[in-house]
Design a protein around this ligand. Structure first.
Ligand SMILES: Cc1ncc(COP(=O)(O)O)c(C=O)c1O
Length: 369
């Protein structure tokens, strides 16, 4: 048996009639750019997340940039974030002309360590941008306490955590303005690119709506530098079909994660990542850690098990960010996680048999290393 790392085949097969009907409706009504399904999806997602406003955009990277602009972050400002993330988190900070400042991560969550945040903040810190990596929420109470003490707004990057909750409340409903992605492999994925910001602040939502449509206030009246950040009507239609299934898919991912955790206990040299008591994780990624990560991956590949790495090089060590001058060794937890992480196959349609096959392969590979 070979086990793929990720596949949308079964999901697409199951939803094909509904997806085709929704997409056909967009073709027939020509609601291609920010069409009617997008506005409906915004309402439905806002209700799901328990926020007042969702503004749909063309990508998650854009959504992060829009969130920063919405808060008025710009040149001369610092934004505290993490280096252990997909690089878009930092791109967005750079796009608005601000400087990313890195706080190290907490091994228990793989996300921003609130104590490191406190140490990283200065009078130039204009926003805090934590990432709920792998879908596991950061310790929001501790983080918001630091942020509120200094009066600095938080932007949650929920690209990986849609449907994950912190003490029973949805991630993406805590920060002043938050951003997510609907990249196809996300837990709620479009049939192409997509993203959104979420906020309770009506003025920020209005500004982002304006920015996404060339900063028009009324037709042909452009009040600031604008963008074409509109979501495709086709993506809105697809996301509307998929949203009602999100909780069910996430529950299945949780059952798979529980099976992995149980089956992998005691595997030689393997460190497991478990949910914190206050978290309900959507398990976007199922990470395990091993000092011989590359050898473990190679052994699994030989056994037919596909794996991933999230992410092998922390942002501060990427050539694109060499100019920040953040030396190797300065973010020890992020660097250790990046050097040792392996992501095991994870998607809602993965069978118990495939999970068991993966568990057996990991156990035997670990024993042989
Ligand atoms: C943590 C994180 N932030 C931001 C993004 C950017 O989203 P997108 O690919 O939709 O631009 C992603 C997804 O790729 C992500 O995983």
């Amino acid at each position: 048996m070979t086990v793929p790392f990720f596949s949308l085949s079964e999901q697409t097969k199951a939803l094909r009639p509904e997806l085709l009907a929704a997409m056909t409706d967009v073709l027939d009504t020509q609601g291609f750019a920010n069409g009617p399904p997008v506005a409906k999806f915004e309402e439905e997602l806002a209700k799901y997340l328990g926020v007042k406003h969702v503004v749909a955009l063309n990508t998650g990277t854009t959504a992060l940039q829009a969130a920063l602009l919405g808060l008025g972050v710009g040149p001369g400002d610092d934004v505290v974030t993490v280096a252990h993330t997909w690089i878009s988190t930092c791109w967005a900070i750079s796009y608005v002309g601000a400087r990313p400042v890195f706080a190290d991560v907490d091994e228990r969550t793989n996300g921003m360590d609130p104590r490191a945040l406190e140490r990283a903040m200065t009078s130039k810190t204009k926003a805090i941008l934590p990432v709920h990596l792998h879908g596991h929420p950061v310790d929001l109470d501790a983080l918001l306490e630091v942020a509120n003490k200094k009066g600095v707004p938080v932007i949650e990057d929920t690209a990986q955590s849609i449907g994950s909750t912190y003490r029973g409340r949805q991630t993406g409903s805590f920060g002043k303005v938050n951003a997510t992605s609907f990249y196809p492999s996300k837990n709620l994925g479009a049939a192409g690119e997509g993203g959104a910001i979420m906020t309770d602040d009506g003025a920020i939502a209005e500004r982002v709506k304006r920015l996404r449509d060339h900063a028009q206030q009324g037709r042909h009246h452009h009040v600031e530098l604008g963008f074409n950040w509109r979501m495709d009507g086709l993506q809105g239609a697809v996301l509307r079909v998929k949203l009602p299934h999100l909780d069910g898919w996430n529950e299945r991912r949780r059952a798979i994660a529980a099976r992995y955790l149980d089956g992998l206990k005691g595997a030689k040299g393997l460190r497991l990542f478990a949910e914190q008591p206050w978290a309900k994780c959507n398990w976007h990624v199922y990470p395990v850690f091993h000092d011989q990560r590359d050898a473990l991956r190679a052994a699994l590949e030989r056994k037919g098990i596909a794996t991933g790495v999230h992410y092998p090089t922390p942002v501060h060590l990427q050539p694109a960010y060499a100019h920040l001058g953040v030396a190797k060794g300065s973010l020890p937890v992020a660097e250790r996680l990046a050097a040792t992480e392996v992501s095991l196959p994870m998607f809602a349609e993965l069978s118990d048999a495939a999970v068991d096959e993966t568990i057996a392969a990991v156990r035997s590979a670990c024993a042989e290393l």
